[in-house]
Design a protein around this ligand. Structure first.
Ligand SMILES: Cc1ncc(COP(=O)(O)O)c(C=O)c1O
Length: 389
């Protein structure tokens, strides 16, 4: 019986994407916590703060009415509110007809890729980079093309690098993210503008992941929609708005792709969870709370940038934005997975080894998330210092 089931139920080749290693760290940390250990969590990239009060109240009030499907592209008032935010944040006049509400930015990528690319198309991504870009592309039948970045380009793709690859092995699209995960680095407006210009002149579609907008400390993050009407923008309520578990995000879609995205979402999801859409619209009234949370990240960032070198971790990429610090630990270990495992077991600090983000050079790096409580960050620095001594 088992043999028959095994023959019948072979997982598809497209499902053979690598696991997300950070979840293994989460499981290992949980095992230690069950044994009574206090673990400081710097592994998962999510805010410790709850959703804004206005969002929670709006959701609570909505529970007493029937929660039906909404329009596939999202509740019209939410789409208008998101469009209005672009005027406030970037001085941009975006037609609400271009806004598509999605189930987190994760669903935004699926919709963007399916709407823009044909099966087999090659799509460029930066290495190190957010692993699901590559893994979603693979699962959907595209070919991710990882391009290694270095300090010379602030760990970002440049137009020149993209075109050099494109001449050898043409790509149909490129995914860019600024501020980026795992590096926390950002692209200047000029660098993003140059990349978009080179890409679009060569017929390459740009997908800009702007999920960490609002969390930019070194300089203001540039919005791809200010640079090109043809860039596809993916964003989310998960990070700045502190709503990871509500699973809600949005896209700004170039007009020629809007109907394709609508048809796809009609079939893939019907609509996005109604309660989350109602909460998300109210979340825009929570900017005082959210900016306080952001100030907390800035303070944590300062604390780590000052404290970690004294503790013995002294080589990072520029921590421009988001809430990540990408530390080069090669002076301490040739294997960041082994290093992270020992740090978890011996110092009780959970971090993510870089191999999730860059299968080759990630062996030298560790990602530390500073979205946690100030006291935890302070204690993490102390514990790491003690452990490395
Ligand atoms: C760079 C980046 N993009 C996208 C996502 C997906 O977020 P969500 O689906 O919650 O919007 C994440 C989550 O950590 C991320 O770091």
């Amino acid at each position: 019986m088992l043999e028959r089931a095994k023959r019948l139920l072979q997982p598809s080749a497209r499902s053979a994407v690598p696991p997300f290693m950070v979840m293994d760290v989460v499981a290992a940390a949980a095992r230690l916590e069950v044994q009574g250990r206090r673990i400081i969590h710097m592994e998962v990239g999510q805010p410790a703060a709850p959703a804004p009060k206005a969002a929670i109240e709006a959701a609570r009030a909505a529970l007493s009415s029937p929660l039906r499907y909404t329009e596939t592209l999202g509740i019209p008032s939410l789409r208008r509110r998101i469009a209005r935010a672009y005027a406030q944040w970037h001085g941009l006049d975006i037609d609400p007809a271009r806004i598509v509400v999605t189930t987190g930015s994760s669903a935004g990528f699926i919709l963007a890729f399916l709407a823009a690319f044909e099966a087999g198309d090659r799509v460029a991504v930066a290495l190190p980079g957010y692993p699901p870009y590559r893994h979603i592309l693979t699962a959907l039948g595209y070919q991710p093309v990882g391009i290694e970045t270095t300090a010379a380009t602030r760990w970002s793709l440049t137009g020149e690098m993209l075109l050099a690859h494109h001449r050898r092995d043409p790509v149909k699209g490129v995914v860019v993210g600024s501020p980026a995960n795992p590096t926390g680095t950002m692209m200047t407006a000029a660098a993003l503008g140059e990349l978009i210009r080179c890409a679009e002149d060569a017929g390459i579609i740009v997908i800009s992941d702007e999920i960490y907008h609002g969390l930019d400390y070194a300089f203001a993050a540039e919005c791809a929609a200010r640079l090109s009407p043809d860039a596809v923008i993916v964003n989310s309520f998960s990070k700045y708005f502190c709503m990871t578990g509500w699973r809600i995000g949005w896209m700004v879609v170039p007009p020629p792709l809007v109907r394709a995205v609508e048809r796809l979402q009609q079939n893939l999801a019907i609509s996005v969870p109604t309660l989350s859409q109602i909460a998300a619209e109210a979340a825009f009234d929570g900017s005082a709370e959210l900016n306080e949370v952001r100030r907390g990240y800035e303070e944590n960032r300062r604390l780590l940038l000052e404290g970690l070198p004294r503790a013995g971790l002294d080589s990072f990429l520029p921590a421009d934005g988001a809430f990540y610090l990408y530390a080069d630990v090669s002076r301490r270990s040739a294997d960041s997975l082994e290093f992270a495992t020992r740090m978890l077991e011996e110092a009780g600090v959970a971090t993510t080894p870089g191999i999730d983000f860059d299968p080759v050079r990630g062996k030298s790096f560790l990602r530390l998330c500073y979205a946690g409580a100030r006291e935890d960050m302070r204690e993490a620095v102390e514990r790491i210092g003690h452990w490395l001594r």
